[in-house]
Design a binder for this molecule. Sequence first.
Ligand code: FEO
Length: 172
Amino acid sequence: MIGKKMEKALNEQVNAEMYSAYLYLSMESYFKSLNLNGFANWMRVQTQEEMVHAMKIYDFIISRGGRVLLKTIEGPQTKWDSPLAAFENLSRHEQKVTSLINNLVDLAIEEKDHATNSFLQWFVNEQVEEESSADELVKQLKLMENAPGGMFMLDRELSQRVFTPPASQGEA
Ligand code: FEO
């Protein structure tokens, strides 16, 4: 059975992951409005991944005998000054999510909740990947600032990203 403090903190993370999905869906819409459909595709896949993160925590709370209580999801930003500005926002956001995950691990240790600590290690590793792919794209976009042709090549590359659904809930 999960403790009340941990249950509440994990519920907040469900909301944070859903907010991430909402933010990236908003970015998808922004890229669509610029006709950068590859960038939009990348954001759609990112959105789907965030929903997998949210549902993974949702299922975990329930599997530990807890209760999921959904709350309002904050409205995301809807426009950015440039594709670079959107990816810089994404990169900053992922850093923030990493600190939220780290706080959850700290709490699990404090509460001596080994099952939750073990569950959260998947997210610790996932955040390394999330931050690194965001950083890579920020760097590529910075290099392209004075070479608009590169933007179309990157757009084509990002159109290749495909969402891979988790094999089963709990194994995302
Ligand atoms: Fe769910 Fe992008 O971290």
